[in-house]
Design a protein around this ligand. Structure first.
Ligand code: UGA
Length: 437
C-alpha cells in the first residue's frame, strides 16, 4: 500500500521506516529541510537503536520530501506531528492543525487520514468535520512507543488502539488499517476499537498513569530518606504483587523527555477547560514531586560539601534516559544547570547527547561554568563529587575502584539508584542514593 506520514520527528520517522519494513511504499513529509535531507540520505536524525538499520534496509520503499503535494500519490495518510507544551501548559496544536489543513486539498473519497499525534480529548471530533468535508475519513490510532525501543514498540506493540467514527466509514477505516497492519495483527497483537474520545484518552491516561507510578515511588523515596528505609527494597517487595508490578517503580531524579511531563500538564489543562479540573488535580502533585527530586540532588551536595561555589562536580548523563540523545525536559540537564547556578563548575558526560546539550547550554548563558565530554572517566577527573543523572549502562557498570582513583573526593550521588551501592562503598565512596543509602 502507498502511504504518507506527515511529520518526521521521533514518532513519524520511526513509523515511516517501520511501515516500509512491513512492505509498504512510504512518503515521509516534514517542513524541516535538514531533517528531510538527513533521512533521505538514509541517516537517522536522532539516536535510536535499530532505526538506521530499517531506514537503510528499506531505502527503496522510502521517500522523504518537504513537498506536501506528493501526498496525493498515497491513499492512507498518518499525521505524526508534535504537540509541544504551550506557555500555559496546554498542548500546542499548531502543527496538527496545519498538517490537516495542508492535507485537505489533496484528499478525497477513498482516502484515510490516521491521527497518531498525542492530542487533547475532543481534537479528532473537531478535525473529522474538516476531513469528511472532502469525502475522506479520519481515525485516531495513538502511538505508545518508548524512545530507545521505538522500532521494537512500533513493530511489536502491546496493543493497537483504533478510534473510529460510527457506521460504515468506521468499518471501512478499521478494515483499511487492519490491511496495513496485517503482519502485526497476525502475531496476535490485541486490536481495540473505540470512539475518538476514548482513543485520545487512552494515550494521555497511559502516560499519566506511568508518571503517577514514578512519582508514587519517588514520594516513597522522600519518606525513606527521613526514616532510614530503602526504597529499592520497598519497590521490589510491593512489585511482587502482580496488581502493582515492579516496572516503572525505579525511584530517582524522576521522569523527563518530550512526552510524560508535557502530557500530564496538557491533560490537566484540558480537564480544566472541560470543567473537571478537580479530577486531575492530583497530577499537579505528580508533577511537583517529580520536579522536587531534581532539586534533591543539589540539596544532598550542599549537605555533603557545603557551599558549592568553586567546587567541581562531575555529572554522568545529559539525555533524559539511556539509549537516547533526547534532552527535552531532561532531569540531568536541569540538575547540571542548577549546579552551575549554585556556583559549581560542572563537567558533564554523555555518550550520545553532547550536541543537543551543547546547543541548549549555549542558549542558557551557563556554558562558561559547564563543560561537556563524551568520556565519563574524563569528566570524573579531580571532581569533588560525582552525580549519576542518567543510567547509561557504561555508567552503572563503571569500576568504582577506577572512578575513586580519578575523583578528588570519593562522593557519589546516585540519582538513578543504578549503582551497586555495596561495591561503591567498598571502593571507599561516600554513597548517597535517592531514598536509599
Ligand atoms: C513515554 C511512554 O513510556 C511511551 O509509552 C509513550 O509512547 C511515550 O512516552 C510518548 O508519549 O510518546 P518515553 O518518553 O520514551 O515514553 O520514556 P519512558 O521510558 O516512559 O521514560 C520516561 C521518563 O521516566 C525517563 O526520564 C525515565 O528515566 C523515567 N523513569 C522511568 C523513571 O524515573 N523511573 C522509572 O521507573 C521509569
Amino acid at each position: 500500500m502507498k502511504i504518507s506520514v506527515i511529520g518526521c520527528g521521533y514518532l513519524g520517522a520511526v513509523h515511516a521506516a517501520s511501515m516500509a519494513e512491513l512492505g509498504h511504499d512510504v512518503i515521509g513529509i516534514d517542513v524541516d529541510e535538514v531533517r528531510i535531507d538527513t533521512l533521505a540520505r538514509g541517516k537517522a536524525p536522532f539516536h535510536e537503536p535499530g532505526f538506521d538499520d530499517i531506514l537503510q534496509k528499506n531505502a527503496t520503499r522510502l521517500t522523504f520530501t518537504t513537498d506536501m503535494s506528493v501526498v496525493k500519490e498515497a491513499k492512507v495518510h498518518f499525521v505524526a506531528v508534535g504537540t509541544p507544551q504551550a506557555s500555559d501548559g496546554s498542548a500546542d496544536m499548531t502543527y496538527v492543525n496545519s498538517a490537516i489543513e495542508g492535507l485537505l486539498p489533496f484528499i478525497s473519497e477513498g482516502h484515510l487520514v490516521v491521527g497518531k499525534s498525542t492530542v487533547p480529548v475532543g481534537t479528532a471530533e473537531r478535525l473529522s468535520e474538516q476531513v469528511t468535508s472532502t469525502g475522506a475519513v479520519l481515525m485516531w490510532n495513538p502511538e505508545f512507543l518508548r524512545e530507545g525501543f521505538a522500532v521494537q514498540d512500533t513493530l511489536s506493540p502491546d496493543r493497537l488502539v483504533y478510534g473510529i467514527p460510527e457506521g460504515d466509514s468506521g468499518e471501512w477505516a478499521r478494515a483499511t488499517l487492519d490491511a496495513l497492519y496485517e503482519q502485526i495483527l497476525a502475531t496476535g497483537t490485541p486490536r481495540l476499537l473505540m470512539n475518538f474520545a476514548t482513543a485520545e484518552l487512552v494515550k494521555v491516561s497511559a502516560n499519566a498513569f506511568l508518571a503517577t507510578k514514578i512519582s508514587f515511588i519517588n514520594a516513597m523515596a522522600e519518606i525513606a530518606e527521613v526514616t532510614g528505609a530503602n526504597v529499592t527494597q520497598l519497590a521490589d517487595a510491593i512489585g511482587h504483587d502482580a496488581r502493582i508490578g515492579r516496572r516503572f517503580l525505579n525511584a530517582g531524579v524522576g521522569f523527563g523527555g518530550g512526552c510524560l511531563p508535557k502530557d500530564i500538564r496538557g491533560f490537566v489543562a484540558r480537564a480544566e477547560e472541560l470543567g473537571v479540573g478537580q479530577s486531575l488535580s492530583f497530577l499537579r502533585d505528580v508533577d511537583a514531586i517529580n520536579l522536587r527530586r531534581r532539586g534533591r540532588v543539589l540539596e544532598m551536595l550542599v549537605e555533603e560539601l557545603g557551599d558549592l561555589t568553586g567546587k567541581t562536580i562531575a555529572v554522568w548523563g545529559m539525555a533524559f534516559k539511556p539509549d537516547s540523545d533526547d534532552i527535552r525536559d531532561s532531569p540531568a540537564l536541569d540538575i547540571t544547570e542548577s549546579l552551575a547556578r549554585a556556583g559549581a563548575k560542572v563537567v558533564a558526560a554523555d555518550p550520545a547527547a553532547l550536541l543537543p546539550a551543547q546547543r541548549r547550554l549555549a542558549q542558557s548563558g551557563l556554558s562558561d561554568s559547564i563543560s561537556l565530554t563524551d568520556d565519563h572517566l574524563v569528566a570524573a577527573r579531580n571532581a569533588d563529587a560525582l552525580v549519576i543523572a542518567t543510567e547509561w549502562k557504561q555508567f552503572s557498570t563503571a569500576d568504582p575502584v577506577v572512578v575513586a582513583g580519578l575523583l578528588a573526593t570519593a562522593l557519589v550521588i546516585d540519582g538513578r539508584n543504578c549503582l551497586d551501592s555495596d561495591a561503591w562503598k567498598k571502593a571507599g565512596f561516600r554513597y548517597r542514593g535517592m531514598g536509599r543509602s
